[in-house]
Design a binder for this molecule. Structure first.
Ligand code: HEC
Length: 186
C-alpha cells in the first residue's frame, strides 16, 4: 500500500511538472475582445532594463544643448523571471518605454540633465498565440492610468518594421539593455 501511494504521488508530481512546463504564458497582459490592451497596474514595480537619451524616432541630428527626451525601458516582473529561467520570452511578456523631458534646470544646478515630466508611454507585448506578427505595439498618453485601453498599432506598422530587423533579440533592443543583454544567447 505504502509503495502504491508513493508511486501515485510521483505520478501526480510528474503530471504537475509537465503542466507547469507547458504553461508558456505569464498571463499578465489584459486585453478586451478587440485586442485593445489595458495599461497595466504597478508599472513602478517593473524591472529597469535600460535608459537612453535623445533616441526619438526622428531624423533630427543630436543637439547636446537640447538633447530631446530620456527614454526608460522596463519589463513586467513575472515575464522577467520567466525569461531568466527559460532564456526566451513567454507569451504575455510586456515592455514599457516611458519618455521623459530632459530637464536642464535643477536644484542644486547640475551640469547635465535630469528626468523631467513624463511625456508618453509605449508598450510592446510579445504574444505568439494572439497575434500573427507574434507581438503588438501600443501607445498611451503620459497620464493614462492603469486600465486605460489602447488600440493595437496595425499590422506592418513602422514599429515592427524597425524592431524586427534592428532589435538584437526577438524584436526587442536588448543590445541597449544592460540588465538582460548578457542573458540573450542568440
Ligand atoms: C526607427 C526605429 C524604431 C521605431 C520606428 C520604433 N521603435 Fe521602439 N525602440 C527603438 C529603439 C532603438 C528602442 C530601444 C530603446 C531606446 O533607445 O530608447 C526601442 C524600444 C522600444 C520599446 C521597449 C522594448 C523593446 O522592444 O525593446 C517599446 C515598448 C517600443 N520601442 C515601442 C515602440 C512603438 C509602440 C513603436 C511604434 C509606434 C516603436 N517602438 C517604433 C526603435 C524604434
Amino acid at each position: 500500500m505504502h509503495t502504491v501511494n508513493r508511486l501515485l504521488g510521483l505520478a501526480i508530481l510528474c503530471v504537475l511538472t509537465t503542466l507547469l512546463q507547458a504553461q508558456d504564458n505569464v498571463g499578465m497582459a489584459r486585453y478586451n475582445d478587440e485586442n485593445q490592451l489595458n495599461f497595466p497596474a504597478d508599472t513602478d514595480q517593473w524591472i529597469h532594463l535600460g535608459s537612453s537619451v535623445g533616441s526619438e524616432y526622428g531624423d533630427e541630428p543630436f543637439d547636446p544643448q537640447n538633447p530631446g527626451t530620456l527614454g526608460v525601458v522596463q519589463m513586467e516582473p513575472a515575464a522577467y523571471r520567466y525569461f531568466k529561467d527559460h532564456g526566451h520570452y513567454a507569451d504575455g511578456t510586456m515592455f514599457l518605454l516611458s519618455f521623459y523631458a530632459s530637464e536642464g534646470e535643477s536644484s542644486p544646478q547640475l551640469p547635465g540633465f535630469v528626468q523631467g515630466a513624463l511625456q508618453a508611454k509605449e508598450i510592446h507585448v510579445i504574444d505568439r498565440e494572439r497575434f500573427s506578427e507574434g507581438r503588438a505595439f501600443y501607445l498611451y498618453d503620459a497620464q493614462a492610468p492603469a486600465g486605460t485601453l489602447s488600440t493595437r498599432m496595425p499590422d506592418n506598422s513602422n514599429c515592427i518594421q524597425c524592431h524586427m530587423p534592428e532589435g538584437a533579440y526577438d524584436g526587442t533592443f536588448t543590445q541597449f539593455y544592460p540588465t538582460i543583454r548578457d542573458l540573450v544567447s542568440e
